[in-house]
Design a protein. Sequence first.
Length: 473
Amino acid sequence: MQDSNSSARLGNVAVLGIGHTGEAVCRYLVGLGERVSSITLFGGASSHEGEVTHELEGLGVRCVLGTEEVEGTFDLTIASPGIPVGSVFFQAAAAHSAEIIGEPEFAWRESPANWVGITGTNGKTTTTTLTTALLREGGRVAEAVGNIGTIITSRLAERQPGSWFVAELSSFQLATTRLLHPHVACLMNVTPDHVEWHGSMEAYAQAKEKIFANLQAGDLAVVSDGDDWCRAVIGRLDARGLRVCRVDVRQDPGTPCAAFVRDGRLVVRLDGAEHVLVPTDDLLIKGEHNEENALVASAVALELGVADKDVCCGLLAFSPLEHRIEPCGEVSGVRFVNDSKATNTDSVEKALTAFRPGNIVVLLGGHDKGTDLTSLAHAVAARCRVAVCYGAAGERIARALEDEVAASGSGLEVVREPHLREAFSAACGRAQAGDVVLLSPACSSFDEFHNMEERGELFKHLAAERVAAGRLC
């Protein structure tokens, strides 16, 4: 293991939550031997016995299941990210613990060298994956971990000396950090999301900003200046005297460290030295938001010493991620694009910029988060020809779009359907040659699916059927 704090005793440790994170943390703790006096897993109210708990008990872990009551005294509690800080469960554990932290904080303490941290409401998965690819193109050993799907603690035992962790960090994960200190920390954007979990938009934004809490003079903060929340963060980082790389796809920020588009090319400037990279038109990932993702990833790679030529090669080779503006076939001149990962309104608004206005048939709907729809309705009415609204949120979205059409005079056609399958058929029935049928729902998937991946897979399956048949309807 790389640069482990292996001499530090942890004492009596509690783990909160029996999901994949809780299991991975328990298995890692078991491997620490005498550093850990005892391990107690509190599964939560809905937890129950099963294969995992039996295996963990066989390894010496005490499992407390079916309750949120916490008893005992613990030197450290490690909480899973889905448990809100203000919840009864979390607070009960905190009352019985000398310290309570989240899993990324624990992983960083165990292996603190060579971390990149990436957060933001949207774009962090693409940026994390692309950053990892650019580092590898430059000969570094790098692994994408964290909210992207690989539990960081599960990779500690096999981590190679000198390797880099590129950690996608959610607001849930950052809320429970205290000492976490990446060498490069990135904030993509802050728009309304998960407000119900954090309690307020301010608390959500504060959790995101914690990624910079422990940066020092030699580190680099990479921050988009595309929204008011991020611009306020930049001001506070400047006041601390930190190196801040401002990211702006529309203009050169004019600062010693900046990432921007000039004359159609990506440009990164670090401490006054410019790196002119590839034309934006040559990127396989399309849209202004993806240009921003590419700028952030390039700034990180260049900061860590990757050569310009390797950054350029990596950028040109990078393909769209699954479920994120993912091309999935064409028939009768109509393209199908799966953007199931667009679970909030800001993500959809950015996705729409990847396509020609007036030729978009968009599918919107799913579980209703109660988000304000004003900005989304304006963007959809301005850029789309047809909007098919479905699912639990479909009616509210449809009404918002119709109100915008009435106010703006847009020619947008608004269609209502009960579920995604019917919405897809309706979209195909209205699509014309040159159009794109775009699943970009602006909602989570839990009214109809287990997760956004399952939703995206259904869309791709339906598209594949039309492509195989050689006709839209």
